[in-house]
Design a protein around this ligand. Structure first.
Ligand code: SF4
Ligand code: SF4
Length: 557
């Protein structure tokens, strides 16, 4: 490999790479605003100017190709002078909005002002004033004064979303961004411009002013919106999810998320109106019409559920697995079904209209591939016929809704009894005999398998009462092992919910079957030895970016 030096450090580069690309791979950060690894080079911010020996002028690192033997200086007197000058120029008209800006705390301009600026302004004139709240589309608001004209948002729409909706208008210090006449910033990926904007010019209409970033905790997890399994960072304050952002994974979602995933995969977690708040049993009143679901404690609900299962003969029980639930939960359900001699299947979730060429997949569930690994098949006509003929005495539904089956409403009435292990109300739970409140994906450790057969970790970002109880039993350091941090365990509202595998373990115990696992990691270890493609895998092997089932080497970003 050819080599060149940056600040006397010799680094290798691939032919065709620019200085900034080679430096980034070598872990050397050259400041940049307009350059983004996934966008074309525009070279207009000039903060990446570096000194290259034997060249008369400073060069922009984002567009200068690395060359064998080249000697680059990023901290020389000339370079520092140029960085100071660019920062002074950018800050001439930039408003002092930091105390009220959503970006404060994670703003490139703010960081670079500390790192590459002299810290004083020589500008005595009036700053330019422009519009502060321009709605570019349904999800993004634009503050014209904060824009540093880097053009990242314009290039993103053109090159990644393939929907050129934004452009520069005006010239000089009057330049600003606008949508084309008659257009809105409203493509399926529009909200990515919020993160790639290096300043607080583009803000989310949903997150705006809801929290300062230093008051939030952040957890690496995975979007459950479709079988892509985009890697995300979940931002939480007071036990409420306030935003999700993309987490870089070159093999899954690069740097992006779709707007649908951002906006539709978190609300149900804190949805007071639909969350199941405690275990419930149907109380049979004087007549069927008068029957109602009443809140009970966990012991009573588990005991009632196991009694229903005990009354059913082998073959009369049905277990509905869930493509929305983790491998761990589905493995535990399969184990219980096997122990009881019941049938197990899942309801696929395909929406062809959702798929596109960038990220979105037609399978709008995160773990159908995981069910396949576990040997759990989609529900077929013969099983639906068995339900229709009234041969199912008891059905256990994990985190799904039988109403999703075609012609389901009459089917639900044909099932003798139904137990729902579920987080939010749906038609199945409305008709259930027992409801066991399950934790959502945002409250648990576990794994999803995406359409590439990539196993990826989800981690708890939001606490339940169960975790509060655990907090009393285990030290913080033990919880930390499973991904917790910050103050989420002690603030905000929490639900009386439990991970699906744990509820199923309790059910099995009530039926006389002892499942040995004590936490999600142990469930995974057990299932990995039972599933040939997962043999030898554990949470550590999955790592931050996931690992393909059947492959031994974790893919690195
Ligand atoms: S709005 Fe942000 S991303 Fe777009 S040009 Fe201005 S600074 Fe760059
Ligand atoms: S593409 Fe799928 S996984 Fe990615 S953000 Fe959208 S819904 Fe979520």
């Amino acid at each position: 490999m050819p080599k060149f030096t940056i600040d006397s450090k010799e680094i290798e580069f691939k032919p065709g790479q620019t200085i900034i690309q080679a430096a980034r791979e070598a872990g050397i950060d050259i400041p940049h605003f307009c350059w983004h690894p996934a966008l074309s080079v525009s070279g207009n911010c000039r903060i990446c100017l570096v000194e290259v020996e034997n060249l008369p002028k400073l060069q922009i690192a984002c567009s200068t190709p690395a060359a064998e033997g080249m000697k680059v200086h990023t901290k020389s007197e000339k370079t520092i002078h140029a960085q100071n000058a660019v920062m002074e120029f950018l800050l001439i008209n930039h408003p002092l909005d930091c105390p009220i800006c959503d970006e404060a705390g994670e703003c490139k301009l703010q960081d670079y002002a500390y790192k590459y600026s002299v810290g004083i302004s020589r500008f005595d004139e009036q700053k330019n004033h422009k519009d502060k709240r321009v709605a570019l589309g349904p999800n993004v608001l634009f503050d014209q004064e904060r824009c540093i004209s880097c053009s990242r948002c314009i290039r993103f729409c053109e090159e990644v979303a393939k929907d050129p909706e934004l452009t520069f208008v005006q010239r000089g210090d009057h330049v600003t961004i606008e949508t084309f006449p008659g257009e809105e910033l409203d493509n399926p990926y529009s909200m990515n411009v919020i993160e790639i904007c290096p300043v607080g010019a583009l803000t989310s209409r949903h997150f705006r002013f809801r929290a300062r970033v230093w008051d939030m905790s952040f957890t690496d997890t995975v979007c459950p919106g479709c079988s892509r399994g985009c890697n995300t960072i979940m931002g939480v304050r007071n036990n409420e999810i306030l935003r999700i952002e993309p987490r870089e994974n070159a093999d899954v979602n690069q740097y992006w998320l779709c707007d649908w995933g951002r906006l539709n995969t978190t609300k149900f977690v804190n949805d007071e109106t639909t969350r199941i708040k405690s275990p419930m049993i149907r109380y049979e009143g004087a007549s069927v019409e008068k029957s109602e679901l009443i809140e009970v404690n966990w012991d009573e609900a588990i005991s009632k559920s196991s009694a229903l299962l005990r009354d059913a003969d082998s073959g009369e029980s049905l277990f509905i697995a869930s493509p929305y639930s983790t491998l761990e939960d589905n493995y535990a359900l399969r184990k219980l079904a096997d122990a009881c001699g019941g049938s197990i299947a899942y309801i696929p979730c395909i929406d062809e209209s959702f798929e596109d060429d960038l990220l979105r997949k037609a399978d709008k569930s995160p773990n159908a591939a995981g069910l396949k690994l576990l040997g759990i098949q989609p529900i077929d006509d013969s099983l639906i016929d068995r339900i229709g003929s009234g041969k199912i005495r008891v059905a256990f539904v994990l985190n799904d809704d039988i109403a999703r089956l075609p012609g389901a409403s009459p089917l639900i009435q044909k099932i003798g009894s139904m137990v729902c292990i579920i987080s939010n109300k749906n038609e199945s739970s409305d008709n259930a005999n027992v409801i066991l409140p399950a934790s959502t994906y945002a409250e648990i450790n576990g794994t999803f398998v995406n359409f590439q057969n990539r196993i990826q970790r989800i981690r708890p970002a939001v606490a339940t009462l169960e975790q509060e109880r655990l907090l009393g039993e285990f030290s913080m350091s033990r919880l930390d092992k499973f991904g917790s941090h910050n103050d989420r365990w002690t603030h905000g509202h929490r639900y009386n919910a439990r991970p699906g595998w744990k509820i199923i373990k309790l059910l099995a115990k009530a039926l006389g079957h002892e499942f040995a696992f004590e936490n999600s990691e142990e469930v995974f270890t057990e299932l990995s030895s039972a599933v040939p493609l997962l043999n030898g895998y554990d949470y550590e092997a999955i790592g931050k970016v996931g690992i393909i089932a059947g492959e031994k080497v974790a893919a690195e970003v």
